[in-house]
Ligand binder design. Structure first.
Ligand code: MN
Length: 230
């Protein structure tokens, strides 16, 4: 192969045992906890919907480290969304919920960072959300733990604190569309590939961070993700 420019590096997320998970795509689920849907002005179990972030928006944060992100351009309302991230190990399309777990490689704690003011403006105009969601460093993520170690994660606290003050609190069992149902719905629209990450949605309490803030997200069984904003 003779490339005409240098090919982009493979984006990876570290695994708990020191290996690396190569990232293919990042799918995100919108409004997947009832209370968060309500705080965004919606209610009920509407069908799941999805958006994507480019793979290179990932900011991998090693166990015990503090990730560093830059306050992004164009926004004055930069929001945190703590989320369970599912890593796909075996791809497929039209995956049934009952069969979804065998497609999961593992899990991590992630942040779906959002330029809320830009997202809101695009929504208002009926335009794509990309500028609000799919910008550089918008997908911090902690180390991946294999499902073989954690078992299927269907319940457990999911929380986020900023500078030590709790902002978001939820439980994985409050997901409107659980992980298996999400994989079923997603795999009808796209053929999932090994290396895909799914950010599964955020519980209530989203809010803004500013330069100098430190976010600490945690999910039972997955540990803590710490990220500082510069
Ligand atoms: Mn989100």
């Amino acid at each position: 192969m003779r490339y005409v420019i240098n090919p982009p590096a493979v984006v990876t997320v570290p695994t708990a045992d020191g290996a690396d998970f190569p990232v293919h795509r990042i799918y995100c689920v919108g409004r997947n906890y009832a209370e968060h849907a309500q705080e965004m002005g919606f209610s009920g179990r509407e069908p799941p919907f999805f958006f994507l972030k480019p793979a290179d928006t990932v900011v991998p944060v090693a166990d015990g480290a503090t990730g560093q992100i830059e306050y992004p351009t164009l926004t004055s309302n930069f929001h945190h969304e703590i989320e369970l991230v599912v890593a796909i190990g075996i791809g497929g399309s039209h995956i049934q919920a009952a069969d979804a777990a065998r497609h999961i490689w593992g899990y991590a704690v992630g942040l779906d960072m959002t330029r809320r003011d830009l997202q809101t403006e695009m929504k208002k105009q009926g335009r794509p959300w990309c500028i609000g969601k799919a910008f550089e460093q918008s997908a911090p993520i902690g180390p991946l733990l294999p499902l073989a170690q954690t078992g299927e994660l269907t319940a457990g606290a999911i929380t986020l604190a900023v500078n030590g003050t709790r902002r978001q609190t939820g439980d994985l069992k409050e997901l409107i569309w659980n992980v298996n149902e999400t994989i079923e719905a997603l795999s009808r629209a796209w053929t999932l590939q090994p290396g895909d990450l799914i950010y599964t949605g955020t519980p209530a309490g989203v809010g803004a961070v500013v330069r100098g803030d430190v976010m600490e997200g945690a999910i039972d069984g997955l540990g803590t993700l710490r990220v500082a904003v510069h």
